[in-house]
Design a protein around this ligand. Structure first.
Ligand code: PEP
Ligand code: MG
Length: 585
């Protein structure tokens, strides 16, 4: 038997799987370099045009194929492929390649690679991992064009054995989606990629465990090797020993059992023993995540992070593109509430041009500040949301509101767009709530005033904790200080909830704290009416709400808040949760 090896990567899609490796050999094709003669330039431009057209029609075919196969009838990964298609039409790409062919007399393959490298470079200095990851998409598109220029076959269907662990240097979204659709992928392992890479997104949407960024796993693993993948821990074991395998199988069994319970309890509501209901919603970045949310019983969408639409592109989406996606999301949710957050772009998350570096991006021109600074970009999105509002149960939410003036300005932009559309005779939903994310200490302190002018609150604890405790949420060195149960956070939450209740507006939470079952009793005690989280977290939170009473939760919170340090409070809460529920998981 071959030697046991292990790889540590990023757990990008939860779940555990054991299967035999299927190593995809999809490293980039070698790009020939040729200097052209004067009379070869025109035919070369034509050759490039044909390859682009072919690439575009291949992406259309793929989209169609995936759509036909999709059981859920959703657009599936169509949007990602659509974004790739848009890159093929991007003038920055087309014009530049043609310019290199004609001015520098180089062959199309080489020109494509050079332009791709330049586009990728624009993403290099972005701090946000999501945008950095988009470099891979540029490669996928360039690769397709180069392969077509060279006459290599594309999108060939591979015969996967059942329960294959697909191992690759990287997997394009097209390949990932095609492979998953065979129903034979047990897990993905890739050398490249991060949490927001497309393999991760496709895998999460289809609930296939994945470990990405696993270094040189694809060099060492051979097709046929037995591979155990833990997508929660980011762990890959190759040819595990019998005892390791037994442990994996046990974890797998537990995961499957809890997933089965989650699906069985999807229809149950989160009502406590004394009748308090908490509405459980889902957070999404892409419409592709909706089928899984619905299967896990989400009652609505509590947070749709629309900035993720700026996927692998250099130009901002058009109003029509925004509109189509929002409409799709609203329609797929079939009348359930959908909270669409306006763009949370920041100084370091600006597609198109190289951003000016801000000394403190988290304290800089971010989210609502950015939108109020770039009015046209904001209006494009608002008009699209308003047009989409007739297709479902929309709620519009502004991020990072730090004072009343910002809320008023944002609302007045919305009103302005509404009247504009009204004058043009475009139908707009009659009444829908317009709320804010409470995620700055200033908003927490003036929550009573904000509650007079916002239709709802949703607390973004990821930022509220970062700003309240002065901890950069991206900085590993201070991660140990990131404590949701810090007394300052709990008092803030109390203040925000109280303000909302006094004003009679609903209060939700959509930060990570909402989906961690350790905190469920604390949140029930505080009086939240709605919590929003990822699909996989819904069942555990629901189980806790259903097994307890609000009174019991309140007495736990009172006792917890008698302690002073975050560590003491956390130790106490964890101990109590363990006693009652045998661990929060
Ligand atoms: C938050 O800050 O808690 C939140 C939900 O928003 P984001 O994580 O997108 O900043
Ligand atoms: Mg936030």
């Amino acid at each position: 038997m071959s030697a046991t090896q292990s790889f540590k990567g990023i757990g990008a899609s939860p779940g555990v799987a054991v299967g035999h490796a299927y190593v995809l050999d999809n490293r980039r094709v070698r790009t020939p370099k040729v200097k052209l003669q004067e009379n070869e330039i025109e035919p070369e431009a034509l050759r490039f045009k044909t390859a682009v057209e072919l690439s575009s029609s291949q992406l259309d075919d793929l989209k169609e194929k995936l759509k036909r196969d999709s059981e859920e009838g959703s657009q599936d990964h169509g949007l990602i492929l659509e974004a790739h298609k848009l890159m093929l039409q991007d003038p920055m790409f087309i014009v530049e390649v043609n310019r290199l062919i004609s001015e520098e007399a180089i062959n199309a393959e080489w020109a494509v690679r050079r332009v791709a490298r330049r586009i990728k470079h624009q993403f290099d200095n972005m701090e946000d991992e999501y945008f950095r990851e988009r470099r891979a998409d540029v490669d996928f598109v360039a690769d397709r064009v180069v392969r077509n220029l060279l006459g290599h076959a594309m999108d060939e269907e591979v015969e996967l054995p059942k329960d294959s662990v697909v191992v690759a240097h990287d997997v394009s979204p097209a390949d990932a989606a095609m492979l998953v659709r065979t129903g034979k992928v047990a897990a993905f392992v890739t050398d490249l990629g991060g949490q927001t890479s497309h393999t991760a997104i496709v895998a999460r949407a289809r609930e296939v465990p994945a470990v990405v960024g696993a270094n040189r796993a694809s060099d060492s693993i051979r097709s046929g090797d037995l591979v155990a993948v833990d997508g929660n821990q980011g762990l890959v074991l190759v040819n595990p020993t019998d005892s390791q395998l037994a442990l994996f199988r046990e974890t797998m069994r537990r995961h499957q059992a809890s997933e089965a319970t989650a699906l069985q309890t999807a229809e149950l509501r989160a009502v406590s023993l004394d009748g308090h209901q908490i509405h459980l919603n889902g957070n999404i970045e892409f419409p592709e995540e909706i089928p899984s949310l619905l299967a896990h019983g989400a009652e609505g969408i509590g947070l749709y992070r629309t900035e993720f639409m700026f996927l692998n592109r250099t130009e901002a989406p058009t109003e029509e593109e925004h509109y189509k996606v929002y409409r799709e999301v609203l329609e797929s949710m079939g009348g359930k509430p959908v909270t669409i957050r306006t763009l949370d772009l920041g100084g370091d998350k600006v597609p198109g041009k190289k951003p000016e570096r801000e000394a403190n991006p988290a304290l800089g021109l971010r989210a609502i500040r950015y939108c109020l600074h770039h009015r046209e970009l904001f209006r494009v999105q608002l008009r699209a949301m308003l047009r989409a509002s007739v297709h479902g149960n929309i709620r519009i939410m502004f991020p990072l509101i730090s004072g009343l003036s910002e809320l008023r300005e944002a609302r007045s932009e919305l009103e302005h767009c509404k009247s504009e559309l009204g004058r043009a005779g475009v139908p707009v939903g009659k009444r829908f709530p317009v709320g804010i994310m409470v995620e700055t200490p200033s908003a927490a302190w003036i929550a009573d005033r904000l509650a007079q002018e916002a239709d709802f609150f949703s607390i973004g604890t990821n930022d509220l904790i970062q700003y309240s405790l002065a901890i950069d949420r991206q900085n590993r060195d201070v991660a140990y200080l990131y404590r949701p149960l810090h007394l300052a956070v709990l008092r803030s939450l109390q203040n925000i909830v109280r303000a909302a209740k006094n004003a009679g507006i609903p209060v939700a939470m959509c930060g990570e704290m909402a989906g961690d079952p350790t905190y469920t009793l604390v949140l029930l005690a505080l009086g939240f009416e709605e919590l929003s989280m990822t699909a996989g977290q819904l069942a555990a939170v629901k189980r806790i709400v259903r097994q307890t009473s609000r009174n019991e939760a309140q007495s736990l919170l009172e006792r917890a808040m008698e302690f002073s340090t975050a560590e003491e409070i956390e130790r106490f809460v964890r101990h109590e949760m363990e006693k009652r529920f045998g661990g929060a998981e």
